[in-house]
Design a protein around this ligand. Structure first.
Ligand SMILES: [Fe+2]
Ligand SMILES: [Fe+2]
Length: 375
């Protein structure tokens, strides 16, 4: 069976991510002003948020491995999007956010870059079966929609919070450019989800609803500790004061697609359940946070426990050894290894040019993408 979907939807998708790439190239960390006026206050207020977002953004590298696994028959447009447009942008978000967290005294992120779970591997094997091969892409699009919409809302809250703290340098040169790139990702997943949903049969839709209700989880929250950390993010951004409103925002497109027949349903229960669980776990985790010697806790809106790495050290997430960047008081100096890690290590077809930007397979000299698979 051909893996190349053709038709007007693909043209729109390809045009969409051409625009994403050309108008929103991966952010150059050298364009960011890392000046922080009051690092202690910023750490207490948003250290946990920045650390969580940095980890999740950096884990895009593992997400690409997962997608290669669970989408063995991925349409070419999807593969080019997630490998060559989405991942490079998200990775730079992570690099920048991690540099900010180090700047305020947090420890550098320790993202999980390589573990693809057995569950996903099984899903990948099942994805070869004709009868269910459309279900995994559908779940991927739904997850993408929720994740990207959550990111938009989170960055909006974070931006406003930083402005309120008078941390305008980071707000305007780091968070603002990052949040400008998230809606483009959301639009890609939404276009894809609407296209595929319209092609699914009744029983496939039923199965998607069931699988989604069983597998929904907040972005980056794969175990109890990470769920608690996510709950703390909601707390620090004041999102927990209106969880239902947040849930309605991030799930709107999914509700319209999957649950249109349930008139009056604003938020599927699996979403509110997951968000409430995260906030409750964060509240339960607060005494341990206090005991560990960190300032404040859940209610006092302080940082969560951090991982083991020494403050101020930035090391290669792949090897855990190689230094990638040096953060001075207001600047970012990428090293060659940073460039290599950021782009080239993802495999064939990626290369860094003199400015550290990536070249993209499947993109012609005219700057346009082809819908053929990267060779
Ligand atoms: Fe991002
Ligand atoms: Fe994104």
């Amino acid at each position: 069976m051909s893996t190349l979907r053709t038709g007007p939807h693909d043209v729109r998708l390809v045009e969409h991510f051409e625009r994403l790439y050309l108008q929103h190239p991966p952010i150059d960390p050298r364009s960011v002003d890392f000046t922080v006026r009051r690092p202690r206050e910023l750490q207490e207020r948003y250290g946990a948020v920045l650390a969580y977002l940095a980890r999740v953004e950096l884990e895009v590298e593992r997400n690409v491995l997962e997608l290669d696994t669970v989408l063995p028959n991925a349409p070419d447009v999807d593969r080019i999007f997630y490998r060559d447009v989405w991942a490079p942008q998200e990775e730079r978000h992570g690099v920048i956010l991690d540099a900010v967290t180090v700047q305020i005294g947090e420890r550098s992120a320790m993202p999980d870059l390589g573990s693809v779970s057995t569950k996903l591997k099984v899903l990948g094997v099942l994805g070869h079966l004709d009868t269910i091969q459309d279900l995994t892409p559908m779940l991927y699009y739904l997850t993408g929609m929720t994740t990207e919409r959550s990111a938009v809302v989170a960055y909006n809250h974070l931006y406003d919070g930083l402005i309120a703290l008078d941390e305008t340098a980071v707000a305007e040169t780091a968070i603002a450019p990052i949040r400008r790139q998230e809606p483009g990702h959301y639009a890609f997943y939404q276009l894809s989800a609407r296209r595929l949903w319209s092609e699914l049969s009744g029983w496939q839709r039923y199965l998607v609803r069931w699988l989604r209700s069983q597998s929904f989880a907040p972005v980056g929250a794969n175990d109890e500790r990470q769920k608690a950390a996510f709950g703390l993010v909601l707390n620090r951004l004041d999102i927990d004061q209106d969880l239902d409103g947040f849930a309605a925002q991030v799930i709107r497109a999914e509700r319209e697609l999957l649950w249109a027949h349930r008139q009056g349903l604003k938020v599927p229960s699996y979403v509110t359940r997951a968000l409430r669980e995260a906030v409750e776990l964060a509240a339960l985790d607060a005494p341990a946070t206090l005991k560990s010697g960190h300032r404040g806790a859940f209610v006092a809106r302080s940082a969560p426990r951090r991982h083991e790495q020494a403050p101020g050290r930035s090391t290669c997430w792949r090897s855990g050894r190689q230094k990638l960047w040096q953060v001075s008081s207001s600047s970012y100096e990428p090293t060659r290894s940073s460039c290599e890690r950021s782009m080239a290590h993802r495999g064939e077809g990626h290369a860094c040019n003199a400015s550290g930007d990536a070249t993209i397979p499947g993109r012609s000299s005219s700057g346009r993408f082809s819908t053929r698979s990267p060779s």
